[in-house]
Design a binder for this molecule. Structure first.
Ligand SMILES: Cc1cc2nc3c(=O)[nH]c(=O)nc-3n(C[C@H](O)[C@H](O)[C@H](O)COP(=O)(O)OP(=O)(O)OC[C@H]3O[C@@H](n4cnc5c(N)ncnc54)[C@H](O)[C@@H]3O)c2cc1C
Length: 494
C-alpha cells in the first residue's frame, strides 16, 4: 500500500454474517479494506456473558473465514482493547473509514463506543455506523415507528459486490501482538451438542427446517416446554449474534406467506419478528433500565432480598419441580421458551424475594441468545417495573400442570422425582413424611409457601401500582415506548 493510500476497516460486532451486511456492502468499493473482530477482555469478564457466548461467536467467525478464504479475504480475529487496536492500525496505515453497525448494547459497550467515537473525531477517521435491523437511534417517541420498521424490512438486502472488496495487505506484523490465543480459539470452536452451533449455515438450517415442517404448529407449541424446542423457530441466537438479519427472516416469511397455508402460525411468527426490534428499541431509547426501573415511580421502593433464595434459584434447587426443571434445562441447553422465561423471573422476583438485577445477569449468562435490549425490556415488564403493562404473577405449579401435565419435562430435568406418579411430581411436598422416607427422596422442600407468597406479591404489586409517583410517570413511559396501535397485552402473554 502506498503512503497516500488509506484504509477502510469493517468492524464486526453482533453482525456475524456476510449477507445483508450494509458496512461490508459499503466497503466493497475497490479500496483496501481490513475486516476486524475483537474479543474484548471487558466483555469477556462482564457478568452478563459466559463461555457459551464466545463459543458461538468463534464458530460464527471461523465459518465466515472459511467462506472468505475463496476471496483471499479474512476477518482478523484479535483480542484486546478496540481503541488500542484501532490506534495500532492507524499508526501503520491511516484509517479513512471505520464501518460498523450501530450496537444497542450494555453500558460497557456504550462507553466503549463513546471512546471510539471520540478517538475517531480526534484522529480524523470517518466512523460510519449503519442502522441495525429496525432499531432507530435518537428517537424520543414511538410515533410512526411501525411504519418505519416495515419500510426497513422491505428494502433490498445489502449485498456486497465481492469482486470489489479489496484486501488490505501487510497488516499481520503490527497486529500480531493482539492475535488471540490459538488454543483458546480452537477450544471454543469445538461444538458442544448441548448448545446450538453458531454460524450462518446453522442459521439457514434452522430457517429452512422451520418453514419446511417445524413451524406448522408453532402457535400451539409456544408455551410448551418440550414442543417449543422443536416447533419454535430457534432463530434467537442467530438473530442475537447477527448470523441472520431480521430483514432476511422477514422477507423469507413474506415469500412463505404468499405460498398460503399455516396462517395462524405464520402470523404469530410475524408478530414476534416485530417485537424483536420493538423491545430493543425500548433499550435504545432508555438504556438506564439496565440499572433501574423504567418507571421513575418505582425508584422509591427499596426491598429486602433473600440471597439464600437467589442461590437456590440459581442452582435449580428451589424445591418447586416445574420451576427447577425450567432452570436446569436453561442452564444446560441455553434455551427456554418465552413463557418459561417469564415464569422463572416472576418466581424469583415475586415469590422468592430475589432481585431483578440478579435474575437479569444470571439469565444473560445462560441464554445463548442474550440480547441486551430484549432482555432488559422483558425483565422490566415481567417484574412489573414499567407501570404500563398488566402484570402476570405466575404460579409455577399451575404452569407445570397446564403445560407439562404428565410431568415428562419435569422428570427429564429433575430425575430425583422420576419414581413419583405424575399426580405427585408437581407437588412432592404433598407426600407424607413416611412416604418421603421410604422413597428416599433427595429433593428439597419448597423454599417458599407458594400460595402465601403469591397472595402477598399480588397485594404489594397492586398497592405500588396505585402509588402517585408511579401513576405520574405512566404517560412519559407510554409516549416514549409505545406506539398507539401496538397491542402491548399480546406482547406480554406470548
Ligand atoms: C425475561 C425474558 C428475557 C428474554 N431475553 C431474551 C434475550 O436475551 N434474547 C432474545 O432473543 N429473546 C429474549 N426473550 C424473548 C423470547 O423468550 C425469545 O426470543 C424466544 O423464546 C426465542 O425462541 P425462538 O427463537 O424459538 O423464538 P420464536 O418464537 O420462533 O420467535 C422468533 C424470533 O422473534 C423474537 N421474539 C420472539 N418472542 C419475543 C418476545 N417476546 N420479545 C421480543 N422478541 C421476541 C426473537 O428474536 C425470536 O428468535 C426473553 C423473554 C423473557 C420473558
Amino acid at each position: 500500500m502506498s503512503a497516500r493510500e488509506e484504509l477502510q476497516v469493517v468492524w464486526f460486532k453482533r453482525d456475524l454474517r456476510l449477507e445483508d451486511h450494509a458496512p461490508l456492502a459499503a466497503a466493497a468499493n475497490g479500496k483496501p479494506t481490513l475486516l476486524l473482530y475483537v474479543f474484548e477482555p471487558e466483555l469477556i469478564s462482564d457478568p452478563h456473558y459466559s463461555e457459551r457466548h464466545w463459543r458461538f461467536v468463534t464458530q460464527s467467525l471461523l465459518e465466515m473465514n472459511g467462506r472468505l478464504q475463496t476471496l483471499n479475504q479474512r476477518i482478523h480475529i484479535l483480542q484486546g482493547s478496540v481503541l488500542e487496536i484501532l490506534a495500532a492500525i492507524h499508526v501503520h496505515t491511516p484509517i479513512a473509514r471505520l464501518l460498523s453497525y450501530q450496537e444497542t448494547g450494555l453500558s460497557v459497550t456504550y462507553e466503549r463506543d463513546k471512546a471510539v467515537a471520540a478517538w475517531c473525531m480526534q484522529s480524523h477517521v470517518n466512523w460510519q455506523e449503519y442502522q441495525s435491523n429496525g432499531v432507530q437511534r435518537g428517537r424520543s417517541s414511538r410515533e410512526g415507528w411501525a411504519k418505519d420498521w416495515h419500510k426497513a424490512m422491505s428494502e433490498p438486502l445489502a449485498e456486497p459486490v465481492w469482486r470489489q472488496l479489496l484486501v488490505a495487505k501487510n497488516q499481520e506484523p503490527h497486529l500480531s501482538e493482539y492475535a488471540i490465543d490459538s488454543e483458546l480459539l480452537s477450544s471454543w470452536s469445538v461444538r458442544d451438542p448441548a448448545w446450538q452451533l453458531g454460524g450462518v449455515g446453522a442459521a439457514q438450517h434452522a430457517l429452512d427446517s422451520f418453514f419446511a415442517e417445524r413451524g406448522k404448529i408453532y402457535h400451539k407449541a409456544l408455551s410448551k416446554p418440550q414442543l417449543s424446542r422443536k416447533h419454535c423457530s430457534r432463530l434467537s441466537p442467530y438473530l442475537a449474534w447477527g448470523n441472520v438479519s431480521i430483514r432476511q427472516v422477514y422477507q423469507r416469511l413474506q415469500r412463505e406467506r404468499r405460498r398460503g397455508g399455516w396462517g395462524t402460525a405464520l402470523s404469530a411468527f410475524n408478530s414476534r419478528l416485530h417485537w424483536h426490534c420493538h423491545f430493543i428499541q425500548k433499550f435504545e431509547s432508555e438504556d438506564r433500565i439496565e440499572f433501574e426501573p423504567m418507571n421513575f415511580g418505582y425508584h422509591q421502593f427499596q426491598d429486602e432480598y433473600s440471597s439464600t433464595n437467589e442461590q437456590a434459584w440459581a442452582a435449580g434447587a428451589t424445591g418447586i419441580p416445574y420451576l427447577d426443571a425450567c432452570l436446569r434445562c436453561l442452564r444446560h441447553t441455553g434455551y427456554l421458551h418465552f413463557r418459561g422465561r417469564a415464569m422463572i423471573v416472576s418466581a424469583l422476583c415475586h415469590l422468592m424475594q430475589g432481585r431483578w438485577q440478579f435474575a437479569a445477569r444470571q439469565l444473560a449468562q445462560w441464554f445463548l441468545d442474550f440480547e441486551p435490549g430484549i432482555h432488559y425490556a422483558q425483565i422490566q415488564m415481567q417484574v412489573g417495573l414499567t407501570g404500563i403493562n398488566t402484570l402476570r404473577i405466575y404460579n409455577p405449579v399451575k404452569q407445570g400442570l397446564d403445560h407439562d401435565p404428565e410431568a415428562v419435562f419435569i422428570k427429564k430435568w429433575v430425575p430425583e422425582l422420576s419414581e413419583l406418579p405424575p399426580s405427585l411430581v408437581h407437588t412432592p411436598w404433598a407426600l407424607g413424611p413416611i412416604d418421603r422416607e421410604c422413597l428416599d427422596l433427595n429433593y428439597p422442600n419448597p423454599v417458599v409457601d407458594i400460595t402465601e407468597a403469591h397472595r402477598l406479591a399480588r397485594a404489594v404489586y397492586w398497592q405500588r401500582r396505585q402509588n402517585p409517583l408511579v401513576r405520574q410517570d405512566i404517560n412519559r413511559v407510554l409516549y416514549r415506548h409505545v406506539e398507539k396501535r401496538i397491542n402491548t397485552k399480546a406482547q406480554h402473554s406470548n
